[in-house]
Design a protein around this ligand. Structure first.
Ligand SMILES: [Zn+2]
Length: 1099
């Protein structure tokens, strides 16, 4: 009996366990059912916590073991168990422990002819299967066979039981062992035939629920490769495809579409992308390492086990737990550790990178022009000769030298001299001549021609000049030796005049694309499948000259396209190149396309994307640049492409396993070009090449007022390939050479800005461009900023990655923003020396006030900051450390607060200040630990904003540049001593930019989701596409079973009614109860029946 202080519920449960009297058991069941039906699921969970499941199971076991089981009690008992069990995730284990699992199978076996009893058994088995191991146990005990026989062959009799059997089979098939077993026994084809029968015979669409259940069942059945192969061997794809086409015609069948499509996607046989090797087409020998040792390990080559075939364990709470687990709770790792990672005398070399501290400004009063041109070279030379920053391995340098020599030897006409007098012939031939200057003038000097073009068609693009660009590009060293310039980089870009809203996603756009994909499998004879571009095989291009195919090209700076395949008349598959020395990170793309017809919709599919979701599903479009448009005075990168969507496809890596685990995703979009035979460029985001940066810096240097602005460009170090990594110093020139003025300058706090450590994040470069231009401008706020701070800017931390069209890594095949902890001087020279410079500033008592590393974020909207806070990290992690004794300057939030007020693209709510273990080697965390309190990562969206005045718009270069400008402005809020002045400056209208103070009125301060809501159409096809399908309908179906009299022959229309929604919740026990037995429980019943059933009763 229950303990003295037991609650009413516990008394009931305890009575149930001990009850030998059928009537009192029935009464208890009835009370429990009423009780549980009246409230929310909370009551059921309470009952479960009080051992309710066990009590019911015990009653079931004792009742079923009776010599002649009493079904008038057993059936309601099973009904209640099914309802409770559905909410008890541990019911499988509990049932196994109490030996109720096989007992339920026996009950089913004995009652296959009694449909009402059988249905009750089936629901019970179904909830037992919520534990995969229980499902497997059931499978081993022939449950699959018994259940399958209940649904096959096709019959419209006893549809409620048939439906219960199908759902139970689906639940059983969640076990991979059962799925393999079902495939071996031919049940997959049996289910297909059944589905076909139901589709064909259910003309009035009266049994949609059964058809949906069958699809659900097949979705589970095909969890193993054996089962998918069985479905394909039976012509399943064809059958499913045609059933979807007939479903399209009928509105009532919409609910069948999604599971059918998911099933087809899942069973589409895996196909390796058509490449000889998954490794990047670009390999580069690393200093001190043989080529063969380049990253070959990241590829999941030897995953020979059929991963999807093993039983998966459920780890629902894994994700959020992982997140909290990632927070740093080790106080030692949250403390400042300014101790340099190298000998102190090695830091002395960085004095040369701080000319502002040693310059005596002799020429200030003379008013003579600075010898700007020689400045860079002198410093560059001196720094290169400096020990420590000249450690580039000789082999690497020799390799580049060889490369350069051989490239230019084979194509001497393409040599571009230092003056930039000649353009590569390729450019003339490809881009200007053949598509614009269609006559003999092509023979003339290109320099003149470009001049003429600029004169006739050029528009003024601030801080850009095509001649400067081509000479900068000539000095840029790439892995393969580029000899062609991409026209947009050369000619320049201006943001378009009008704002670009996010693309609206058309309903079912993905469905339509998937149908087209499936037709490839069903009708391979309709495919062209012709390679029209191959980075590794130039002959593929020659063959396409007059074929009517589009022509592609990507062998230029920042270009990324490895292969293009003409699939159908206006459809092309595009394969991206992996990061150099690597086999992963396919995301960034940038290529040229020509030979198009105007007003034809071309479908492009980038088929080897890796990320599990993309902003391309949330309104983002790729960018397009038309040479023709540019020459007509509209040199714009514009957002373009319709029917944009992103979903998991049937391709897999070349060396990877063919299992479902190593998946690729398709980014698909259609482009309708404006002009015939135009030359167009398509990219993931607005390109910004290394040569563009060099051009920009050169133009900036020319533009600054040297009497006011101290602007120095130096070489931080050379990259692995041998490209200089620019370091820019900007501050205000002192008003005079007086000691006082020079001291004022040397006492200004440092602000260190870096960008583009991740080469695919070109948005970061545009933000940096905005910062640089603002800091060099005549704006009074810029003047104050220069007087207040010394800016040390490394605008491109990963030039080699940017140049070679990479997305994530540096040439050593690793994420350069994970190297800050122990940067290798020869493999990660830019990070090694950037860190060295920071140590130098620290050891000379000039620890920077602010450090910010600009990035791009591919999964979120808006612009936001990540910072570092000990207290917030400890709070969030739930650490036991007493934070009241910890002192932390709350100033780390000042910049984001200011930005939220002044920068329309910025979203304060997306910022966070947590220190994660997985980020301990990033710039933000490492620099913070060196002692820079305000150390940030600034993340800019690739897509657009969902708040503020840019809400609903895609971000453009104008907005990105504005963000860079606003970031600099926000630094004024840190000037404590002259706060009144900075406040005034922040709020006063700037001469160059609108700094509209009432912007804040447009800002939304409501919090929003960190990540996007689930997509309307499933990106993945492995997820259970109807998760609550059997759950919520189960209660209703159980209830309807209660009403039907034992073994009654159901009419079709009756069955239909029973499958429909049942309003009554509690109807477990029909009205054949004894009056007397009712009275025995009258006290409790009266309290239950009243409308004020409260949880007091339960507790
Ligand atoms: Zn990044």
């Amino acid at each position: 009996m229950a303990a003295p202080c037991a609650t009413g519920l516990e008394v009931l449960l305890s009575t149930l366990k001990d009850s030998e009297n059928i009537e009192s058991t029935l009464n208890i069941l009835n009370v429990l059912d009423e009780l549980l039906s009246a409230g929310t699921d909370r009551r059921i969970h309470y009952m479960i916590s009080k051992g309710g499941t066990e009590a019911l199971l015990m009653a079931l076991v004792s009742a079923a073991k009776a010599p002649s089981p009493n079904y008038s009690m057993l059936v309601p008992l099973m009904h209640l168990l099914a309802k409770v069990g559905r909410r008890d995730r541990k019911i499988g284990q509990k049932a196994e422990k109490m030996e109720a699992v096989l007992l339920a199978v026996d009950l089913l076996r004995q009652n296959v002819k009694h449909t009402r009893r059988a249905a009750a058994c089936l629901w019970l088995l179904q909830v037992f299967c919520s534990s995969i191991s229980t499902a497997t146990l059931l499978g081993k005990n022939r449950a699959l066979d018994i259940v399958f026989r209940l649904i096959s062959p096709y019959t419209t009799k006893h549809t409620r039981m048939v439906k219960a059997a199908i759902d139970t089979l689906a639940a059983l098939l969640q076990s991979h062992a059962n799925s393999r077993c079902a495939a071996a026994k031919g049940y997959v084809s049996g289910l297909l035939r059944l589905l076909e029968d139901w589709h064909r015979k259910d003309l009035g669409n009266a049994f949609v629920a059964i058809r949906k259940a069958l699809l659900h069942c097949l979705l589970h059945a095909t969890n193993t490769s054996a089962a998918r192969a069985a479905l394909n061997a039976e012509g399943g794809m064809n059958l499913l495809f045609h059933s979807t086409q007939s479903c399209l015609a009928s509105k009532g069948l919409e609910s069948l579409m999604e599971p059918t499509i998911q099933l087809m996607r899942k069973c589409y046989p895996k196909c390796p992308v058509p490449l000889r090797s998954g490794h990047s087409a670009y390999m580069f020998p690393l200093p001190g390492r043989p080529v063969a040792s380049c990253d070959m390990t990241s590829e999941p080559q030897d995953r020979s086990s059929d991963e999807d075939d093993s039983d998966d364990t459920r780890n629902d709470e894994q994700d959020c737990r992982d997140y909290d687990d990632d927070l740093e709770t080790d106080l030692n790792k949250l403390r400042v550790n300014p101790e340099p990672d190298r000998p102190a005398d090695e830091l002395r070399q960085y004095a040369a990178l701080c000319p502002e501290l040693h310059c005596d400004f002799q020429d200030l009063d003379s008013g003579s022009e600075e010898e700007e041109s020689s400045d860079e070279e002198v410093l560059l030379g001196s720094s290169l000769s400096h020990e420590g920053r000249n450690h580039e391995d000789d082999t690497a340098r020799a390799y580049v030298h060889e490369q350069k020599k051989s490239t230019f030897k084979s194509a001497p006409r393409e040599v571009i001299d230092q003056e930039g007098a000649n353009l590569p012939d390729h450019l003339r031939a490809r881009d200007l001549h053949s598509h614009y200057l269609n006559n003999s003038r092509a023979k003339k000097d290109t320099h003149e021609m470009v001049d003429r073009l600029l004169e006739r068609h050029g528009v003024h693009i601030p801080h850009h000049d095509p001649h400067t660009y081509s000479s900068a590009a000539a000095r840029t060293k790439s892995v393969v030796g580029y000899s062609v310039l991409a026209f947009p980089d050369f000619w320049g870009h201006l943001p378009p005049c009008s704002q670009e809203p996010m693309a609206e996603r058309k309903p079912n756009v993905q469905r339509e694309r998937v149908f087209e994909d499936i037709l490839r499998y069903l009708h391979p004879e309709d495919l062209i499948n012709k390679v029209v571009f191959d980075l590794e095989d130039p002959s593929s291009q020659v063959n396409t000259e007059h074929s009517g195919s589009l022509r592609f090209f990507s062998k230029f700076e920042s270009g990324n396209l490895r292969k293009a395949v003409h699939v159908r008349s206006h459809e092309y598959d595009l394969i991206l190149n992996a990061d150099a020395n690597c086999s992963q990170h396919h995301q960034w793309f940038y290529f040229e396309v020509n030979g198009m017809k105007a007003n034809v919709a071309y479908r492009f599919n980038v088929i080897n994307c890796e990320k599990a979701n993309s902003q391309f599903n949330y309104g983002m479009q790729p960018v397009l640049y038309s040479v023709r448009e540019a020459l007509e005075g509209r040199p714009h990168w514009v957002r373009a492409g319709n029917n944009v969507c992103y979903y998991r496809n049937h391709f897999c890596p070349v060396q990877g396993q063919k299992g479902l685990s190593s998946a690729y995703y398709t980014l698909t979009f259609t482009v309708t070009f404006q002009h015939n035979d135009d030359v167009c460029y398509l990219a993931y985001h607005y390109p910004y090449s290394y040569s563009a940066l060099q051009t920009h810096l050169q133009q900036l240097r020319k533009s600054v007022n040297t009497r006011k602005v101290f602007f120095r460009q130096q070489n931080l170090c050379n990259t692995i390939v041998g490209n200089p990594c620019p370091l820019v110093t900007i501050t205000a020139c002192p008003p005079s050479q007086s000691w006082k003025d020079l001291q004022q300058l040397r006492n200004r706090p440092y602000v260190v800005l870096t960008a583009r450590v991740h080469p695919g994040e070109s948005n970061a470069s545009w933000v940096m461009k905005g910062s640089l231009e603002f800091l060099c401008s005549e704006d009074p706020a810029a003047h104050t900023l220069r007087e207040s701070y010394i800016f040390k800017i490394i605008p491109m931390l990963n030039p080699d990655g940017v140049i070679n069209g990479m997305h994530r890594c540096s040439l050593n095949g690793e994420d350069l923003n994970r190297q800050w902890m122990k940067p290798d001087p020869s493999l990660s020279p830019t990070v090694y020396h950037a860190k060295g410079l920071l140590y130098y500033l620290r050891t000379t008592g000039r620890t920077p006030l602010v450090f910010c590393d600009y990035h791009g974020h591919s999964r979120k909207k808006n612009v936001f900051l990540y910072g570092c806070s000990v207290k917030e990290t400890l709070w969030q992690s739930g650490s036991a450390v007493d934070t009241t004794t910890l002192k932390e300057d709350p100033g780390y939030r000042t910049i984001s607060k200011t930005l939220d007020r002044i920068a329309p693209a910025f979203a304060f709510n997306s910022c966070n200040y947590l220190v994660e273990k997985s980020r301990e080697a990033t710039a933000r965390v490492v620099v913070w630990r060196i002692g820079v309190l305000r150390s940030y990562t600034m993340e800019s969206t690739y897509n657009g904003c969902d708040q503020g005045i840019y809400k609903g718009l895609q971000i453009g270069t104008r907005e990105l540049e504005e963000m860079g400008m606003k970031f600099c402005l926000s630094l004024l809020s840190l000037r404590r001593t002259t706060m009144f002045c900075s406040r005034k400056l922040i709020n006063q209208p700037c001469t160059l930019y609108d700094l509209d103070d009432n912007l804040q009125d447009h800002k939304s301060h409501t919090s929003f989701e960190d990540d996007e809501p689930p997509c309307i159409e499933e990106i993945e096809y492995l997820n259970d596409c109807c998760p609550d399908y059997s759950g919520n309908t189960l209660d209703q179906e159980v209830n309807s079973n209660t009403f039907s009299s034992e073994d009654e022959e159901e009419e079709n229309d009756k069955a239909r009614r029973s499958l429909q929604h049942c309003e009554r919740k509690s109807c477990l026990i029909p009205c054949f109860m004894h009056q007397a037995s009712l009275e025995t429980l009258s006290v409790k019943r009266s309290s239950c029946h009243s409308s004020d059933i409260t949880n007091d009763y339960l507790s």
